[in-house]
Design a protein around this ligand. Structure first.
Ligand code: FMN
Length: 337
C-alpha cells in the first residue's frame, strides 16, 4: 500500500480496542468495508520482544490496510518493535498515548506520556528512523489538571517536529487518578472544538478525530474540519454501521448490501479457523450486534452466546443463528437509515 493510499484510508478508521479488535474481529470488519483502516489492540513492546510473536502479531492478508498499535515509552524498544511490525507487513505503526489504566501507568506509557512530549518526540523519531511505513500517535487532549489548550499544542508540536505522519486525538481528557479506564471513555467531556482548533493551527499535520462518533453520517460531516475520523464502540457494538463506510466515506459500493451476506461470506474463514483449533465463539463474539434492531436479532444473539461456546461448536451454529432472524430483508433498513 502506498503512502497516498494509506492517507486516503485514514479518512475512516476503526479504533484499537483491547480484547475487542483482535484478528478475528478485524477480518469480520473488513468484510463490511474494503477501505477503512483497522487497528490491532495495543501490544506492548515488552510482549513483542519477549512474547510469542506469531500469536501476538499474526494476521490475515485480507485485513489490509491494518495498523499495529504499540504501547511503550522506550525509544529503542519502540524502534525495534516498529521494525518487527513493518517487516510483518503492517501498513502503519501507531503509538498509544491515550490509555489510562493503572497497569499502563506503572509501565510509564499510555496517557501519562501526555506529560512528556519531548520523550514522545524521541519515541516517534526512533520509530520513524526504523521503518518506511507511516508512524502515527493516538493521544488525548490532555490529562489531569493540564490545560488542553497548551498541553495538546505542546504535544502536537513535539510529534510534528519528530515527523509523525498523523495524530489521532481522542477528544477528551484522561484522569489518571480516580477514574477507571471505562469511566475515562465516558466521564471527561468531549471537546471536538479543541481538535478543530488543533487542525486549524497545524494545517500540514494530518489530524484524525476520535471519541463519541455514533454514526458514519456523523463521521462524514466531521471531514469538513479534520482529515479523518476514528470510530470505536459504535463500530464494534453495531458493526452493521460499517456497511455505510465505503459508500459514504469513499464513494464506493459496499462489499455487501445486507448484513446476512456478510455472515455467509465469513463461513469459509470460520471453517478454516475451526480446522486450526480456534473456538467458534472467539469469532462469533464479535458479531453479536450485527443485527441489532432487526426482528429476531435477540434470538440470533442468544443462540450464538449459548451455543458457540460449547465444545466442538461448528459452522452449523452460525447457520442456525441466522435462521432466527425473522425477516430476511429487514437488515437493509439499517443501511437505508
Ligand atoms: C474495550 C475497549 C478497549 C480499548 N482499548 C484501547 C487500546 O488498546 N488502545 C487505544 O488506543 N485505545 C483503546 N480504547 C479506546 C478507543 O480506541 C477509543 O479511543 C475510545 O473508545 C473512544 O472512541 P469511541 O467513543 O468511538 O468508542 C479502547 C476502548 C474500548 C471500549
Amino acid at each position: 500500500m502506498t503512502r497516498k493510499e494509506l492517507s486516503a484510508a485514514r479518512r475512516f478508521a476503526i479504533a484499537p480496542m483491547m480484547d475487542w479488535t483482535d484478528r478475528h474481529c478485524r477480518f469480520f470488519h473488513r468484510l463490511m468495508t474494503r477501505r477503512a483502516l483497522v487497528y490491532t489492540e495495543m501490544i506492548t513492546t515488552a510482549a513483542i520482544i519477549h512474547g510469542d510473536r506469531a500469536r501476538l502479531l499474526g494476521y490475515d492478508a485480507a485485513e489490509h490496510p491494518v495498523a499495529l498499535q504499540l504501547g511503550g515509552s522506550d525509544p529503542h524498544a519502540l524502534g525495534q518493535c516498529a521494525r518487527i511490525g513493518a517487516a510483518l507487513g503492517y501498513d502503519e505503526i501507531n503509538l498509544n498515548v491515550g490509555c489510562p489504566s493503572d497497569r499502563v501507568q506503572e509501565g510509564r506509557f499510555g496517557a501519562c506520556l501526555m506529560a512528556e512530549p519531548a520523550l514522545v518526540g524521541d519515541c516517534v523519531a526512533a520509530m520513524k528512523a526504523a521503518v518506511a511505513v507511516p508512524v502515527t500517535v493516538k493521544c488525548r487532549i490532555g490529562i489531569d489538571e493540564q490545560d488542553p489548550e497548551s498541553s495538546l499544542e505542546t504535544f502536537a508540536c513535539a510529534v510534528e517536529a519528530a515527523g509523525v505522519d498523523a495524530l489521532i486525538v481522542h477528544a477528551r481528557k484522561a484522569w489518571l487518578k480516580g477514574l477507571s479506564p471505562r469511566e475515562n471513555r465516558e466521564v471527561p467531556p468531549l471537546d471536538y472544538n479543541r481538535v478543530f482548533r488543533l487542525k486549524a493551527a497545524h494545517p500540514r499535520l494530518a489530524v484524525v478525530l476520535n471519541g463519541g462518533v455514533a454514526s458514519v453520517e456523523q463521521a462524514v460531516a466531521l471531514l469538513d474540519r479534520v482529515d479523518g475520523v476514528m470510530m470505536g464502540r459504535a463500530a464494534y457494538q453495531e458493526p452493521w454501521r460499517l456497511l455505510a463506510v465505503d459508500p459514504l466515506m469513499f464513494g464506493e459500493a459496499a462489499p455487501f448490501a445486507q448484513a446476512k451476506a456478510v455472515v455467509a461470506a465469513l463461513v469459509p474463514y470460520v471453517e478454516r479457523e475451526l480446522a486450526r483449533g480456534t473456538r467458534l465463539s472467539s469469532i462469533t463474539r464479535h458479531m453479536l450486534g450485527l443485527f441489532r434492531g432487526v426482528p429476531g436479532a435477540r434470538a440470533f444473539r442468544r443462540h450464538l452466546a449459548t451455543e458457540a461456546v460449547k465444545p466442538g461448536a461448528g459452522v452449523q451454529v452460525l447457520v442456525d443463528a441466522l435462521a432466527q432472524l425473522l425477516d430476511t430483508d429487514a437488515d437493509l433498513a439499517h443501511i437505508a437509515a
